[in-house]
Design a protein around this ligand. Sequence first.
Ligand code: PMP
Length: 454
Amino acid sequence: MLANSLVELDRAHLIHPVASWRGHEAAGVRVLASGKGATVTDATGRTLVDGFAGLWCVNAGYGQETIVEAAARQMRQLPYATGYFSLGSEPAIRLAARLAELAPGDLDHVYFTLGGSDAVDSTVRFVRFYQQARGKPEKDQFISVAQGYHGSSTVGAGLTALPAFHAGFGVPLDWQHKIPSHDVYRNPVGQDASAIIAASRDQFLAKIGEVGGADRVAAFYVEPIQGSGGVLVPPAGWMASMRQLCADLDILFVADEVITGFGRTGPMFACADEGIVPDLMTVAKGLTSGYVPMGAVLMSDRVYQVIADGAGRAAVGHGYTYSAHPVSAAVAMAVLDLYEGGLLDNGRLMGERLLTGLRGLADHPLVGDVRGRGMLAAIELVTDKIARTPLPAAAAPAQRIFERAWDNGLVIRAFPTGVLGYAPPLCCTADDIDAIIERTRKTLDQTLEDPDVR
Ligand code: PMP
């Protein structure tokens, strides 16, 4: 009864992010009621393994009491303090110092936001301010990567390269440009790492030429692993090579670690995998494990000093009411304690089990590719393995795969391209991972019967 009335209220009043509004009206909401460890329970009482950690964010898993306690303690003591002007709070200061310590290289300065989109937005403002402050205002063009995702603000959605985020919204803006994805499975140059790296470098140089030369280009945005584009893992060396190219050309390198940060790929930050230090890094999601909203921009000392000198005594006019929110910061500190207290280690172990299990599905007639790193993985479904024929591009088969998995007790992300995404909580047990694999196989077997994918 309760669930039914919620479905009606939802249909009438709640607009859902990234959903077909009409499709949602027809299908109705699935209400999640509680969570424990790596599982969630819906309003009908069914418990499912959350193979996607909410929205690749609940890295610490559900029901972590130390996080709840940290939030309650901070709310009782001081629920809000602005970071504006020169005010602050202890948790925010301690968190900034801790992130600077954990982050690679000289990413020593931290600007807090509410999530990933406004972290990306903030970097765009900082990059522009930086280029102006050093006397290069003509460096105002931005380049990102096809199939990349950098949030849903007007500016970020233009750096994002997924059609649904552009159509009808008047983006990308005319200073936002893309190079093709490194996509290993479907790269026109084949799967050889050095060929893909060489192609990306050539494409980057060609794009720079098109926009008027390196003197016009402010920054290059990349995800260490492209998430929303379908969990596309670049070949080893790709990030390092593009990072070096940017350094050589005096173009800022911005690593968007909103998904990959905080143990998702193994280390605390994915940039560590390739030993690179970006000029700016965006984080969110795993920072608070989704318990409360928070994101951050980590800024290199070099960029920080230029902006600080450029502004001098004037304010750098960029801020949110909830920047450096003390409750979010207290939560993040408790979350980091869990990561450093064993969750990252467990995530690395379970990540191996996940990838091994998914690779075991490669013999399935629908599985064209298995890829991933750590607790971030995907399988790409095809109707013909030799020709690598994608599933029909309509959303319907993907939606039906999601629904079948749900009915089998598994939450996954089913991308419209026929890619199934996995990003389970780092606290998963071996049984959780085995359930993910077994329920995926069952879902694939059922999908073989779907007339749209045959
Ligand atoms: N960047 C990346 C790489 C992301 O994956 C996301 C969210 N999926 C964002 C930015 C935007 O973050 P948010 O949804 O917290 O605004």
